[in-house]
Ligand binder design. Structure first.
Ligand SMILES: Cc1cc2nc3c(=O)[nH]c(=O)nc-3n(C[C@H](O)[C@H](O)[C@H](O)COP(=O)(O)OP(=O)(O)OC[C@H]3O[C@@H](n4cnc5c(N)ncnc54)[C@H](O)[C@@H]3O)c2cc1C
Length: 462
């Protein structure tokens, strides 16, 4: 059957020259008419290839059909039955690598903007008045460590099924990377707050400023609970281990983004300001690097450069983030790697780099970068942000050594997300290493299912 061509609707955005100087959201989102028009592009394929690309199996053609008819709340209920944070996922999921990659229209006139429509529906659901939940209590109690997407998803599933849930969070705000990592201009914090409020409506309790392993021990949580879920993420930054990394002005992306996002360092009256770099270099090319670079630009930097040892094709960040960064004026210094950081009076002032070329593929299948002898060059920089990945923080494991860990301190779990300790489950970045929001949510959901099975309780769609 011939497919009638109908181009993909683009999501309206703030102009690059305007948004580069503010922290307001870059993508403005579809309104109802655009969302309905975009949903009407779905071909409702019999075998729904889009769904196969979604790690949590959202029933995509079904929700798109409801949006097309203007039934937004019904569409929201379909999404929410497998994905509890649609307004978040609609914004940050790598749809181009997942659902939209498999869309039949991708090869014809552009994949249906599934993420764009999901975002619209997610925001619509958040605008509805609070629902009253009649949940029958089961008498079971669970502790959740960490309030990132893994912990929040697990908490929502358990609470909806009548489990008494308390989430323990080290920071003073809930949301994990959604609040301390991903900047406001990609994911407004009020949305994460609204999602957390929905959990409170389900009866979930939050214990903030509580570091499990310090403020409260795992043994204490075991005494008070029938099950524990650890969703403590991967917040320990990796460094390069090259000379000059200890100079002032060299910091991890994690620290920089946390200070700006969570401690309001962009506000000069905030209690914990952050350094304002003039010539900023970010090392790395993942989402974290793009976020750090675009944040530095908004904090007033005159030049911001991304230094990456591989080429454009190999950059791990989402294509959309790379496009946005380029439009805003971030420079890309590709096939180049820092050799050392140099400085004066303890402060960094330039980076010595070396040019690279791509050699044979490595274990990851990507071609390895190889140094080109004698090709050293310098970039002036009064601030360097290292964004080379993170691994799980060893604090919980060090305070409770019964938990088995593997390479880089990731927690070992079985097929039901249970750790080496009976009744203690784990998921998200703490188990996979730094990954994605949707995978963390999928893990939280799977663990909740296993915990409910352990308790002999039926899952709820509340
Ligand atoms: C800057 C940045 C940008 C990103 N962009 C994207 C993107 O665009 N799309 C995408 O899909 N993914 C993105 N990611 C990855 C994604 O955010 C993570 O994969 C996801 O948040 C992992 O969820 P989690 O629940 O496992 O952990 P986290 O979100 O890290 O949450 C863990 C929580 O546990 C808390 N915690 C840790 N230890 C303890 C303890 N001992 N006691 C109590 N609490 C503790 C932490 O404070 C934190 O709040 C990005 C990550 C970063 C850092």
């Amino acid at each position: 059957m011939a497919i009638e061509k109908k181009n993909r609707n683009s999501i309206p955005e703030q102009a690059p020259e305007v948004r580069a100087h503010n922290f307001e959201e870059v993508a403005l989102g579809f309104d109802a008419a655009l969302a309905q028009d975009e949903a009407s592009r779905c071909l409702n394929c019999k075998n729904a290839p889009c769904m196969k690309g979604c790690p949590v199996g959202v029933r995509i053609p079904e929700f798109l059909a409801l949006v097309k008819e203007g039934k937004f709340e019904e569409a929201g209920n379909v999404i929410k039955s497998t994905n509890s944070l649609p307004s978040v996922c609609g914004r940050v999921c790598p749809q181009e690598e997942q659902c939209e990659k498999n869309c039949i229209r991708a090869r014809i006139d552009g994949a249906v903007s599934i993420g764009g429509v999901e975002r619209f529906v997610g925001d619509f659901m958040l605008s509805l008045p609070p629902r009253s939940h009649k949940i029958q209590k089961t008498g079971k109690r669970a502790a959740i460590v960490g309030s990132g997407p893994a912990g929040l998803t697990c908490a929502a599933q358990l609470a909806a099924a009548g489990v008494d849930v308390t989430v323990y969070e080290a920071f003073h705000k809930t949301g994990g990377v959604l609040v301390y990592g991903i900047p406001e201009f990609r994911l407004p914090k009020k949305l994460v707050g609204a999602e957390v409020d929905k959990l409170k409506e389900l009866g979930v309790k939050f214990s903030l400023d509580t570091v499990v392993g310090k403020t409260v021990t795992i043994e204490e949580l075991q005494q008070d609970n029938d099950a524990i879920f650890i969703g403590s993420g991967a917040g320990l930054p990796m460094f390069m281990g090259i000379p000059g990394e200890n100079l002032n002005g060299v910091l991890s992306a994690n620290e920089y983004l946390t200070r700006v996002n969570l401690m309001r360092a962009y506000d000069s009256n905030a209690a914990t300001p952050v350094m304002h770099g003039k010539n900023v270099v970010v090392v790395g090319a993942g989402n974290v690097a793009m976020d750090a670079a675009r944040t530095a630009l908004r904090m007033g930097a005159e030049t911001v450069s991304i230094v990456y040892r591989r080429g454009r094709e190999e950059m791990p960040a989402r294509k959309e983030e790379i496009r946005h960064a380029e439009q805003e004026g971030i420079k890309f210094v590709l096939l180049s790697n820092p050799v050392c950081f140099e400085g004066e009076n303890g402060w960094v002032n330039r980076i010595k780099c070396i040019k690279m070329e791509l050699g044979e593929p490595d274990a990851s299948g990507r071609r390895s970068p190889v140094e080109i002898k004698g090709s050293e060059f310098y970039i002036d920089a009064d601030m360097v942000i290292v964004a080379l990945g993170t691994s799980p923080n060893p604090l919980i494991k060090d305070s409770f050594d019964k938990l088995q860990t593997a390479k880089k301190g990731i927690l070992v779990v079985d097929e039901n997300m249970m750790t080496s300790v009976d009744g203690i489950y784990a998921g998200g970045d703490a188990v996979t290493g730094a990954a994605t929001v949707i995978l963390a949510m999928g893990a939280g959901r799977k663990a909740a299912k296993a915990i409910l099975e352990r308790f002999g309780i039926k899952e709820s769609n509340n």
